[in-house]
Design a protein around this ligand. Structure first.
Ligand code: ZN
Ligand code: FE
Ligand code: FE
Ligand code: ZN
Length: 270
């Protein structure tokens, strides 16, 4: 099974301080794979903490947009290139972030929950934070914040929707109720969900989201898009055959694409 005709909507760049490779190298890899479309989606500046290894700075934003725009020109006719951004959802900075977003020309905005009440729970430096915690309560809190983020109306796509499983900490027993409460809110909010293959490269060793979660998305007719969360050119389209197979197995037949924050869909190649 190959990757032709798929889209990779989650590419990072060196500006975030923890990715490597030039933008043209990401695009070169996408061309090799025969992807239909790619979207850069680097980390929007974090406003609640200064850490040059986590996101671009506010000053970097115009440069980011300019560089992707230049690339779009250079590769026109060869590959569709979109510009998105991955924004951390934090209740305390939402207002400021949304004012900043209003001034930017973007194809789409992904909303991510990487912080639970100040704790960067997906950051390997802070993995100790799981110890001694009630994992079910953590999951509840995570999916509640994901629902809050969707309801804010500021995001087109919810990125790596079950990121809380990254290090393999899961509640014992069923989590369907947690998924259901969250997904009812996502469906009502009208957001798209990202199928993100980065989880396969992390301790959990699974695509985000879990197949059960994805099935519950389809039941609610929640559209999906696809991303590798590449932080290096070699990760573009990583494990897309597995992601496409999961999407087909669940019953998805389309992927969502964006242009200037307007949504359309392309067929999922069979
Ligand atoms: Zn990153
Ligand atoms: Fe993320
Ligand atoms: Fe990312
Ligand atoms: Zn991400």
């Amino acid at each position: 099974m190959d990757t032709r005709g798929l889209v990779d909507y989650h590419l990072h760049t060196e500006l975030c301080g923890h990715a490597r490779g030039g933008l043209e190298d990401y695009v070169g890899r996408a061309l090799e794979l025969g992807l239909a479309e790619v979207g850069f989606c680097d980390h929007f500046p974090l406003l609640h903490l200064k850490d040059p290894t986590l996101s671009m700075t506010v000053e970097d934003l115009p440069r980011y947009l300019r560089e992707v725009e230049e690339l779009r020109g250079r590769f026109s006719g060869m590959l569709e290139i979109r510009v998105g951004i991955e924004v951390d959802y934090l209740p305390e900075t939402l207002q400021q972030v949304s004012e900043m977003l209003e001034g930017l020309t973007l194809d789409y905005v992904m909303g991510s929950v990487h912080f639970l009440d100040g704790w960067g729970f997906d950051d390997p430096r802070y993995v100790d934070g799981y110890r001694g915690r009630d994992i079910r309560a953590l999951w509840e809190r995570y999916f509640q914040l994901l629902g809050d983020a969707a309801e804010s109306g500021k995001f087109d796509v919810m990125a790596h929707p079950d990121l809380i499983k990254k290090f393999g900490y899961r509640p014992s027993g069923e989590v369907s109720d947690i998924y259901r409460r969250c997904l009812d809110r996502l469906a009502e909010a009208g957001v798209v969900v990202e199928v993100n293959t980065a989880g396969l490269r992390k301790p959990v060793g699974e695509i985000y989201p879990a197949e059960e979660f994805l099935r519950m998305c389809l039941e609610r007719e929640i559209p999906v898009t696809l991303g590798s969360d590449a932080h290096a050119p070699g990760e573009v389209g990583a494990d897309f055959a597995a992601a496409a197979a999961m999407l087909r197995r669940v019953g998805y037949r389309e992927l969502t694409v964006f242009r200037r924050r307007a949504r359309s869909s392309i067929p999922l190649p069979s």
